[in-house]
Design a protein around this ligand. Structure first.
Ligand SMILES: [Zn+2]
Length: 343
């Protein structure tokens, strides 16, 4: 496979002392990739220049004006969790630009797949507000941009961050052409993502929420991917597959209580590649969301990108197996298969 890689080099100027969403996350990823033999096999890609017009594909002007005003009085907060510094909007736009560069490389056929390692994350930002460490809805902007620039219609988004991707869901809730699938710990922040949330109007059925109990591990995630999400994606037949790749379901993550391992993440990426192969000529665009144990994050991202390059590559798990017994989710997945009419 040819795998494109991009990051947003300005990310370090978006930081707040003591906050978990910190520059060390991306630095750890870069250090691990730089010391790995896969670094030289990646197609390194610069962020595309992006201005506020791109953000307007998803966000309301009034919100972007509020965000710009907040920069004037920065450092400040837009919600209890979400800080801004004077450079934060420029950093967030560069994060979007890195994801658009990967999207372009994949849709122009220069790469089979790709990974945008960016921060701040995006999947909690709604059209009207920042929340949960997120300023701009990176993946939603990239989806709208792909539709506008490349004329693709049908797009699927898989969000495996441990938190529900409420912002992404809100953007596409009534849109039948964008399938949104989220697997997340529930109950947990931000409180949305019940299985009954399946879309509205013409978008009814194009939202799939998998609210997993605490201590779900590799087996439970694979059950959800193989028996529910895979069949739904194949039935939808997207032209490109986007992934909100959060690594905060790793067992060592400080914000959550899931039991995924580094090799578990690589298995999820393998499944995604199978669907992309079956539906959309391998076109798979991954973007970083959460993940707050920097070692587990760096190891999981490196394993994911190793898998993107070679579905058969040998993998190591430097962090090790999950320490807790995992929760059996087979009944939940069965119930969801009935709800979404998966034969
Ligand atoms: Zn998260």
């Amino acid at each position: 496979m040819t795998t494109a890689f991009a990051w947003n080099p300005s990310h370090g100027s978006h930081s707040e002392v003591g906050h978990v969403e910190r520059p060390e996350r991306l630095e750890a990823i870069r250090q691990q990739l730089l010391s790995s033999p896969i670094w030289n096999r990646l197609q390194h890609t610069d962020p595309l220049p992006v201005d506020l017009d791109a953000a307007c594909l998803v966000h309301r002007r009034a919100y972007l004006e509020r965000l710009q005003q907040a920069l004037q009085r920065a450092p400040t907060r837009l919600d209890p969790d979400t800080y801004v510094q004077p450079e934060s909007l420029a950093v967030a736009l560069e994060a979007v630009g890195a994801l658009l560069a990967i999207t372009e490389a994949v849709l122009e056929g220069r790469a089979d797949n790709g990974f945008a390692a960016v921060r701040p994350p995006g999947h909690h930002a709604t059209p009207e507000r920042a929340m949960g460490f997120c300023l701009l809805s990176n993946v939603a902007i990239a989806v709208r941009w792909a539709q506008q620039t490349f004329g693709v219609e049908r797009i699927a988004i898989v969000d495996f961050d441990v938190h529900h991707g409420n912002g992404t869901q809100e953007v596409f809730y009534e849109d039948p052409n964008v399938l949104f699938l989220s697997v997340h710990q529930f109950p947990h922040y931000p409180g949305t993502g019940r299985m009954e949330e399946i879309g509205e109007g013409r978008g009814r059925g194009a939202t799939v929420n998998v609210p997993l109990p605490a201590y779900t591990g590799d087996d439970g995630y694979l059950e959800a991917f193989r028996r529910l999400l895979g069949p739904v994606v194949r039935r939808f037949r997207p032209e490109v597959l986007f992934v909100s790749a959060g690594y905060d379901a790793h067992w060592r993550d400080p914000l959550s209580a899931m039991q995924l391992t580094v090799t578990g993440y690589a298995k999820l990426v393998y499944e995604l590649m199978e669907w992309a192969d079956a539906c959309c000529d391998n076109r798979l665009v991954m973007t970083l969301e959460g993940g707050y144990d920097t070692e587990a994050l760096a190891a999981s991202v490196t394993a994911s990108i190793t898998r993107l390059l070679d579905p058969m590559a040998d993998l190591e798990d430097p962090i090790g197996p999950a320490p807790h017994e995992t929760t059996d989710v087979r009944d939940l997945i069965y119930e969801l298969r009935l709800l979404h009419k998966v034969a």
